[in-house]
Design a protein around this ligand. Structure first.
Ligand SMILES: Cc1ncc(COP(=O)(O)O)c(C=O)c1O
Length: 424
């Protein structure tokens, strides 16, 4: 493993983004060393600048009270607007198409209120097999809300029994053959369990050609991959900000609504006062006049203490640049994949696609010897200071994140695998 470590140290020295690691709090292992933190796909690390950003808002509240709505350095009444441009840049949208609000599952429901409109024979929702449970619960409950039977109307689409990946061509074929029954396709940008990245443009085109609405869950894609939501033509998309966006557990989520829907007065939507036109919002009248763009889907006044972290974190993405982050991510994850494949093929199968364009940061490693050995390996890694996560029945997810992970972390991860007693 020595040669791998030497090469890793050299790659870190040459890394143009290496200074960004110092922008983050890296948790410490019991022995005092930095943890090998590979869980940015679950909870991103805390940016150091976040504390100042939060303190500013706490102090504004201390000194201004209610006046903070208008007199804080960034007035709270329009705080969400400062997130618009950086969020739009992050997901490839027009500024009017994005808004930070609520949490991911809540936004999925709000979007389905508008975009799941079953009618006649077109009343099915197409999702991937093995979706994240919250997405499944959400679509199932939406079907029931419309008086539909999930057994008939929920299509969980997947490949063969032992193939966890889903080729886009199969989705296209399904929609060509059965698309007239599908009211909504809800698809992930990156699959949470396998790490497979999907071609959003192809899936959106196939859904739209079939006459179905298309929405994306970008929980594992936002901040992980460059996205082009406007161009892809999605009707809507939702994502959380506590994973690759490093904004803290349960932090405020993001939502995209394509421009073509902004002026559709006939589109059903749940309303709250923050979705109203800011020019009339405080007139307290009975009539709802929508704000422009995705803002009209807001319900409540925004949580400033959850938005300040997102704002601080988005600055880091702007400073590093998504193209540079993706470039490093491709090399970092590729390097880890090479290490695992060449040294630990007897122990681990990488189920994430091998082609860099079909994955983001995350590698999902199936422990060949099964669940029991897998759990022992997972615990061995944790005891040695490598924070990964376990997904039943036999997968260890490892996500080297280009903002704060090093090649050295990957090499040390390899050394821990070796000390488990496996590999060449
Ligand atoms: C793919 C996916 N969808 C939905 C959720 C649920 O998110 P929330 O609890 O923010 O609603 C998660 C959380 O990790 C997720 O990974």
């Amino acid at each position: 493993m020595k040669a791998w470590l030497e090469q890793a140290l050299e790659l870190d020295r040459e890394d143009p983004l290496r200074a960004f690691r110092d922008e983050f709090w890296i948790p410490r292992h019991a022995d005092g060393d930095d943890q090998l933190y590979f869980c940015g796909n679950s909870l991103g690390l805390q940016p150091r600048r976040l504390q100042d950003a939060m303190t500013r808002e706490l102090e504004a509240w201390q000194s201004l009270g209610v006046e903070g709505h208008f007199a804080a350095d960034t007035p709270w009444v329009s705080y969400h607007e400062v997130l618009r441009e950086p969020l739009a840049g992050l997901v490839g949208a027009l500024p009017s198409e994005v808004v930070a609000m609520n949490s991911l599952t809540v936004n999925l429901h709000l979007m389905m209120v508008s975009f799941f409109r079953p009618a006649g024979a077109r009343r099915k929702i197409l999702i991937e097999r093995q979706p994240f449970p919250s997405d499944r619960y959400a679509v199932e409950s939406q079907l029931r809300w419309h008086g539909l039977d999930p057994a008939e109307c929920l299509v969980e689409f997947g490949a063969g029994a032992d193939d966890r990946l889903i080729d886009e061509s199969l989705i296209e074929e399904y929609l060509r053959d059965h698309g007239e029954q599908v009211a909504l396709v809800l698809w992930p940008g990156v699959h949470y369990a396998t790490g497979q990245r999907f071609d959003l443009q192809r899936i959106a085109a196939a859904a739209r050609a079939a006459g179905a609405a298309i929405g994306f869950d970008l929980a594992h894609a936002a901040g992980n991959l460059p996205l082009q939501l406007h161009e892809a033509g999605a009707d809507f998309a939702c994502w959380c900000s506590y994973k690759y966006l490093n904004s803290g557990a349960g932090s405020v989520a993001g939502c995209f609504v394509h421009e073509r829907h902004h002026d559709r007065a006939e589109l059903p939507r749940l309303h709250g006062w923050w979705g109203a036109d800011p020019a009339t919002r405080f007139m307290m009248g009975p009539e709802f006049r929508p704000a422009k763009g995705a803002d009209a889907w807001q319900l409540s006044n925004p949580p400033i203490l959850a938005m300040a972290p997102l704002r601080a974190s988005l600055q880091l993405f702007e400073e590093a640049g998504m193209a540079a982050l993706r470039e490093k991510s491709t090399r970092l994850t590729g390097w880890l994949a090479d290490l695992v494949a060449s040294e630990f093929d007897d122990l681990l199968e990488i189920i994430t696609p091998g082609e860099p364009e079909r994955r983001g940061c995350q590698l999902s490693l199936r422990v060949r010897a099964g669940r029991e050995a897998g759990r022992r390996l997972f615990e061995h890694l944790a005891a040695g200071g490598a924070i990964t996560d376990w997904r039943e029945p036999d997968v260890i997810r490892v996500a080297p994140v280009p903002l704060y992970n090093r090649f050295e972390d990957c090499a040390r991860f390899g050394a821990l695998l070796r000390s488990f007693g496996c590999g060449k």
